[in-house]
Design a protein. Structure first.
Length: 207
């Protein structure tokens, strides 16, 4: 992360958020300088007038470029930052396969694996949302099953090689145990997690 006064992109993010971690992971792997502004959405930091002026949706992560342009949604930001790098395939078919897994991550994986983590890690034992856990674990397991099947034939999710789809899926899969998932049930997934960690420049979650 850059600490100089030279112009660099700014990330508004929460370190403990997998969606925000995706951007840290990619930028650190690429060795690109950036400025990180810790923005605690759980404490209301994304609902202030100042932040809502930047992102009316009131969520992190948020990318602000040097010229003031802003981009929200973690996977859209990943694709923008990875453009022109080996982490986003130039071939239309391989890029579409990559996007397929990124849409899967946001629609079929994150709503269950990430939410189970949130419920288990941050909500008290007597919180009513604890009642959601059986369904979250069931739906999350289905998503991990889909990943397990894919990884029986391929090593990564990004058009045949390591890239942004892997970074997107790694974010909440690697800490799925926080939500009650026993990853030993999915050996292909655990092998893939090890391959991601072995990539040059790998950056662990700082939370």
């Amino acid at each position: 992360m850059n600490r100089s006064d030279s112009p660099v992109p700014t990330i508004y993010g929460l370190r403990s958020s997998g969606n925000c971690y995706k951007l840290q992971h990619l930028l650190d792997t690429l060795g690109r300088p950036y400025r990180w502004i810790e923005t605690d959405s759980t404490a209301g930091a994304t609902r202030t007038a100042e932040f809502l002026a930047l992102n009316p949706n009131g969520k992190v992560p948020l990318l602000v470029l040097e010229d003031g342009r802003r981009l929200a949604e973690s996977n859209a930001i990943l694709c923008y930052l990875a453009e022109g790098t080996p982490f986003l395939p130039p071939d239309p078919w391989e890029r579409a396969r990559t996007l397929q897994w990124m849409f899967f991550e946001q629609y079929s994986h994150e709503p269950y694996v990430a939410v189970a983590r949130f419920v288990c890690k941050w909500l008290p034992e007597d919180h009513p949302r604890r009642a959601e856990l059986p369904q979250l674990l069931d739906r999350g397991a289905r998503a991990l099953d889909v990943m397990e099947d894919h990884l029986a034939n391929e090593s990564f999710f990004s058009g045949g090689g390591f890239g942004v789809a892997d970074i997107a899926l790694f974010a909440y899969t690697h800490c799925a145990a926080d939500g009650g998932f026993d990853l030993s049930r999915w050996p292909n997934v655990t092998g893939w997690l090890a391959r991601v960690r072995a990539q040059p420049g790998f950056s662990p979650m700082h939370a």
